[in-house]
Ligand binder design. Structure first.
Ligand SMILES: [Ca+2]
Length: 90
């Protein structure tokens, strides 16, 4: 007899590899979903915020630079300020 709530759970095949939506530590402030990738949209949003709302002058161009370098980045705790976020070249 099968009781309610005991149905077989779906196996998440995508869970075998790190999901792209995984939130990383020390995400760039302009990485809106914190997934370790600056998308074109996030880079554009960063530049827009910088220009219209007086956002960080260092962070927005950095976000755009990371986007142009492929989007992925890593956090270098030995650097300072916006330099901490470095493009991840694969
Ligand atoms: Ca992102």
């Amino acid at each position: 007899m099968v009781r309610r709530g005991e149905c077989v759970k779906e196996i998440n095949v995508a869970g075998i590899e790190p999901a792209e939506s995984e939130v990383i530590e020390n995400a760039h402030p302009d990485d809106e979903d914190g997934d370790g990738v600056i998308t074109e949209e996030e880079a554009a949003d960063a530049l827009l915020r910088w220009q219209t709302e007086g956002g960080s002058m260092a962070m927005a161009p950095r976000a755009y630079y990371i986007h142009l370098s492929g989007g992925k980045y890593w956090y270098d705790s030995s650097a300072s300020g916006s330099e901490c976020w470095r493009p991840l070249i694969e």
